[in-house]
Design a protein around this ligand. Structure first.
Ligand code: DX5
Ligand code: ZN
Length: 214
């Protein structure tokens, strides 16, 4: 059984409240919220006010994925807006260890995200401090891209680095569908982010159930 985190990047923004209510009814494991600043990635989405606005619609944990430059300038704003987990990119800030602990000290789970070219070895000496590692299986910035195959081997490598008794969760994000999701679960991923596979599906409910069953 995989944990499922629908990415609202592919949801209908003009109807966001209803989309969140749908995910609440489906009792998904996390709601994945992609924050993009137009600097770290070439796309712009939303920030704390939108997160605060949808917070009232559900108690499902908000899994906030910060694709922003210098996240240390604004993590507290995301925490106040209702984030339950905050993941930032390893190369978006200088003092990664410091920021991880600032997030955890605020009572929020902390994660680091790796882009397709980045090795888990880069975060080897902070793995024990992390609640999750988010492996990007596409280049961050857009939904609907194709899964990058090397991510499967990368997940196996990360799993080996973590060892058996580490509670750090491996999450994968980008191009996830029934096939790539199955392979990533086999490679050691506990949770699957999926945007277009769920929201562009004829039957989003079945798509969620399919991923959950993996
Ligand atoms: C991409 C985002 C993803 C995106 C995934 O930068 O981080 O969360 O929504 O979309 P799909 O599942 O369509 O690849
Ligand atoms: Zn994401």
């Amino acid at each position: 059984m995989a944990l499922v985190a629908p990415s609202i990047l592919s949801a209908d923004f003009s109807n966001l409240g209803e989309e969140i209510k749908f995910l609440d009814r489906e009792q998904v494991d996390y709601i994945h919220i992609d924050v993009m600043d137009g600097v770290y990635v070439p796309n712009l989405t939303f920030g704390p006010p939108v997160i605060r606005a949808i917070r009232d619609y559900t108690d499902i944990p908000f899994d906030v994925h910060l694709m922003i430059d210098r996240p240390e300038r604004s993590v507290e704003d995301y925490i106040e807006a209702g984030a339950d987990r905050i993941t930032f990119h390893v190369d978006a800030t200088t003092h990664v260890h410091r920021l991880v602990h600032r997030i955890k000290d605020a009572g929020v789970s902390a994660g680091i995200s790796l882009n397709p070219h980045q090795s888990p070895d880069l975060i080897r000496y902070i793995l024990n401090d992390l609640d999750l590692v988010l492996l990007m299986s596409v280049n961050p910035g857009f939904g609907g891209q194709s899964f990058i195959e090397e991510t499967e081997e990368k997940a196996r490598h990360l799993k080996r680095l973590l060892g058996d008794d580490n509670s750090c969760e491996i999450m994968v994000d980008g191009g996830i569908n029934a096939d790539t999701g199955r392979r990533m679960v086999d490679a050691g991923c506990e949770s699957l982010v999926a945007g277009s596979y769920i929201f562009k599906s004829e039957n989003p409910r079945e798509a969620i159930d399919m991923l959950r069953s993996l």
